[in-house]
Unconditional design. Structure first.
Ligand code: DQA
Length: 152
């Protein structure tokens, strides 16, 4: 049997605090709960996943660079770095894999400083406002992308 395509799921600063952090905005699920659901969903879709979180921009840049030649796509919730990090933007652009941007909250309903994303210009699409479920929606979309089905 052919090896399952690998999708790297990257989570940025403070997402390790999910479950206790601003529950009204981010919900009650922990990052471990989200990872568990993502693993189940990926299995059904025939995808392998690597699920990671870091509070450090440089570590995230390193992971993006290392995805080259190893992964078929990336699902990225860069947390607050979404709104600030040209380094993450450049790394995603350099690696050139399909990217789906995810946010638990609807960033466009929130403060103006969250309306700008440095990830969106290098992402195939954005899923935001659906809580932890957004990761499963992104995996479904990624399964089609890596199968070469595009948006049709
Ligand atoms: C977030 C939205 C960001 O604006 C915020 O800084 C986060 C989480 C989200 O998932 O809704 O840390 O990426």
């Amino acid at each position: 049997m052919a090896k399952a395509p690998t999708v790297i799921i990257l989570n940025g600063p403070n997402l390790n605090l999910l479950g206790s952090r601003e529950q009204a905005i981010y919900g009650k699920e922990t990052l471990a709960d989200i990872e568990k659901s993502a693993r189940q969903c990926a299995k059904q879709l025939g995808l392998a996943i690597e699920f990671r979180q870091s509070n450090h921009e440089g570590e995230i840049v390193d992971w993006i660079q290392k995805a080259r030649g190893k992964a078929s796509g990336m699902i990225v919730n860069a947390g607050a770095l979404t709104h600030t990090s040209i380094a993450i933007h450049d790394a995603l652009r350099a690696v050139g894999l399909p990217v789906i941007e995810v946010h638990l909250s609807n960033i466009f309903q929130r403060e103006v400083f969250r309306h700008q994303s440095y990830v969106s210009p290098v992402a195939q699409g954005v899923i935001c406002g659906f809580g932890g479920q957004g990761y499963e929606l992104a995996l479904r979309a990624m399964a089609r992308l890596v199968a070469g089905k595009g948006i049709a």
